[in-house]
Design a protein around this ligand. Structure first.
Ligand code: PAF
Length: 281
């Protein structure tokens, strides 16, 4: 299967590793003919050189950029996008899916849009991506189409991808701002009483918005956020990694998205607002 990867950050590189037995192409930002990647999976170091996409037909074009970079990244390749049978957004956050639907319509590109919810953990160390936590990737049609393309390896189909993404968004809306604000590992959010109090307060605030919007949560958010913090205790959250590396965080597509939804119904999210503004400063 031909798969194109747009955005070779830690997640894009990890997916390339998963799909290493397929014909992979990268869609780099600059005009280079290939990209080197290295992924460390426990004792195995996998390294390869992936060719740049020249418009070969793709079964899947997978976007692994940061949410905020989605449209700029797609725009660079718009003259070739009709060569991709399916576009999948594999990113944290919410809001970019709706923006992409609109953008595709404006460009009159009818390629089916898919979204993914991924629980894999990876981070970059120098020029190597470390596969830190095994998880899964569920994908679903963003507009609810029933058409099923050839299965993207190492993913499972979900019929309720929006629910899964909203659930993940709620978890990210608690863990990411708190870990970035306190500059702590995920696990400290449950082990340090002060941080745990903050986790409970923020979870209650976000859960209140979800209840008001009738957005489903698989479990009470205070429990869910603590479970994820414990399960990923040794992780540095993606937002803290970004903050420490002086990169823009994905918080506009996490807290920013929730603040926008709340504003539409005049609902207050004072804690979310506080952390978001502090971290955007
Ligand atoms: O963004 C992240 O870091 C992850 O989604 C999560 C679940 C918070 C674990 O670190």
């Amino acid at each position: 299967m031909n798969i194109g990867i747009l955005g070779l950050g830690s997640l894009g590189s990890l997916m390339a590793y998963h799909w290493r037995n397929h014909a992979l192409f990268v869609l780099p930002r600059t005009d280079i003919s290939s990209v080197n990647i290295k992924v460390q999976d426990q004792d195995t170091l996998w390294q390869t050189q992936l060719p740049s996409w020249q418009g070969e037909p793709l079964e899947w074009l997978v976007v692994c950029t940061k949410a905020a970079d989605t449209l700029a990244a797609l725009n660079k390749w718009k003259h070739l996008l009709t060569q991709a049978n399916n576009i999948l957004l594999l990113q944290n956050g919410m809001g970019q899916q709706q923006e992409t639907v609109q953008w595709l319509q404006q460009q009159q590109i009818n390629t089916p849009l898919w979204a993914a919810m991924c629980t894999e953990g990876a981070y970059q160390e120098n020029d190597t991506v470390i596969y830190a936590g095994r998880g899964s990737t569920q994908i679903g049609s963003w507009l609810g189409s029933e058409y099923l393309p050839p299965q993207l390896p190492k993913t499972q189909y979900s019929e309720n991808i929006k629910e899964l993404l909203l659930n993940k968004l709620a978890i990210n809306a608690v863990i990411n701002p708190l870990t970035a604000y306190w500059e702590c590992k995920n696990g400290e959010l449950v082990n340090t009483p002060q941080y745990k109090q903050a986790l409970i307060a923020l979870s209650e605030e976000v859960a209140g918005l979800y209840a008001t919007l009738s957005w489903p949560l698989s479990q009470p958010l205070t429990e869910l956020a603590q479970q994820v913090a414990i399960a990923t205790a040794a992780n540095t959250s993606s937002s803290l990694q970004d903050k420490l590396a002086n990169r823009p965080t994905e918080l506009p597509y996490i807290c920013g998205y929730l603040l926008e939804q709340a504003q539409r119904i005049a609902y207050d999210l004072p804690l979310t607002q506080f952390y978001y503004h502090h971290l955007s400063a």
